[in-house]
Design a binder for this molecule. Structure first.
Ligand SMILES: NC(=O)c1ccc[n+]([C@@H]2O[C@H](COP(=O)([O-])OP(=O)(O)OC[C@H]3O[C@@H](n4cnc5c(N)ncnc54)[C@H](OP(=O)(O)O)[C@@H]3O)[C@@H](O)[C@H]2O)c1
Length: 335
């Protein structure tokens, strides 16, 4: 009998969290590689908030996932059959493998990258992967930190935010404040990662705490969440502040109802800059980021956490963790 492979497809577009009415499991034959193609047995999926945005029928930086198509996702796998010299059998590949047991990589440039032998797969998908590099380029290129800065980061106990705060300390920030949900996450930021302070946004309004913890105002706000927390930071800016628009996860489940900003005029009075970016724009500099991140992890200057969920069938639950805050650090599904 031909070997079978599971895949998770988009059954219908969600209007909130993703459940089993949104994602359907299908079983198909394991594909054979055509000319120029390689078949990868997927081992790990990178679970990213942006996957939820791709499920909407809305304009974005990539086209929406089509109905009945496999859920788009980055991940790792091992080449099990190949007609592509760049992806030999046995190689570990990072690419857009999708939520499925087997993926076909074609020969378009960037379809996949060979991962060096011996790398920890969870580190490849986290601190040395998209989220680590997003922290790196977002903070250093867009935020442009200076010695003595006050840096505030939201989603601070997540994959991106936790690395942002630690890079800020490495670069000489005098005061790094993380905003996260819950006392355990806040304690982890301060006690383990070396943040100067943390605000539990679920325990009360953020604005008064920001005024107390950032008496000279915020020089850099690294925004992962948007919404009310962004507005509270806007009201507490230092002169010439930089706001790094990395993500707006508070709005991904109901984009149409996202609240407006009351305090945007602070950009004028504080002569501040607010700038968005996509990690995709930095592809030609990934080696630079990975080199620095590798060194900092080796030196113990950056610690990272991963939250591994077992089983392809639990990928939707893993995605939802990002929105309930059930994760500390990077969410990965192990197949
Ligand atoms: N621009 C780019 O190229 C790029 C690349 C990668 C990621 N991103 C963005 O970076 C952000 C973080 O992504 P990640 O992969 O590192 O995820 P993550 O931070 O590991 O997980 C998301 C975290 O967001 C927090 N959160 C969820 N809903 C929230 C809400 N309504 N208000 C406040 N916090 C909320 C949760 O933590 P709490 O427990 O603290 O609520 C959750 O743990 C996302 O916005 C993502 O889209 C952007």
């Amino acid at each position: 009998m031909t070997e079978q492979s599971r895949r998770l497809v988009l059954a219908q577009r969600p209007s909130g969290m993703v459940d089993d009415t949104i994602v359907r499991v299908e079983t198909v034959d394991v594909p054979e590689p055509g000319p120029g193609e390689a078949v990868v047995r997927v081992s790990h999926l990178s679970i990213d908030p942006t996957i939820r945005t791709w499920m909407d029928d809305a304009p974005g930086y990539l086209p929406p996932i089509e109905i009945d198509a496999v859920i788009r996702s980055g991940g790792l796998g091992t080449v099990v059959a190949s007609q592509n010299d760049h992806f030999p059998v046995g190689a570990t590949i990072f690419g857009m493998v999708g939520w499925q047991d087997h993926a076909v990589l074609d020969d378009t440039p960037g379809a996949g990258q060979v991962v060096p032998d011996g790398m920890d797969p969870t580190a490849v998908l986290s601190v040395f992967g998209v989220t680590g590099m997003t922290a790196y380029f977002g903070l250093l290129d867009i935020g442009q930190p200076k010695e003595g800065d006050t840096v505030v980061v939201s989603g601070a106990a997540g994959a991106t935010g936790s690395v942002v705060g630690q890079i800020a300390k490495i670069k000489g920030a005098a005061n790094v404040v993380g905003i996260a949900g819950g006392p355990e996450k806040c304690a982890w930021l301060v006690d383990e990662l070396g943040f100067d302070a943390a605000i539990d946004y679920k325990a009360g309004p953020v604005g008064p705490q920001l005024r107390k913890l950032c008496p000279d105002g915020i020089d850099i706000y690294f925004d992962n969440v948007g919404g009310e927390i962004l507005d509270a930071c806007l009201a507490n800016l230092a002169l010439n502040a930089r706001i790094v628009c990395c993500g707006a996860i508070s709005a991904y489940n109901d984009r149409g109802d996202a609240p407006g900003l009351k305090n945007y005029f602070s950009l004028i009075t504080r002569r501040a800059r607010m700038e968005g970016f996509l990690i995709l724009d930095f592809q030609d500099r990934f080696a630079e980021a990975q080199g620095d991140l590798f060194g900092w992890v080796l030196d113990g200057k950056i610690k990272h956490a991963v939250h591994v969920v077992d089983g392809l069938e639990h990928a939707p639950d893993a995605l939802n963790l990002l929105f309930t805050g059930g994760n500390t650090g990077k969410v990965i599904v192990a197949l």
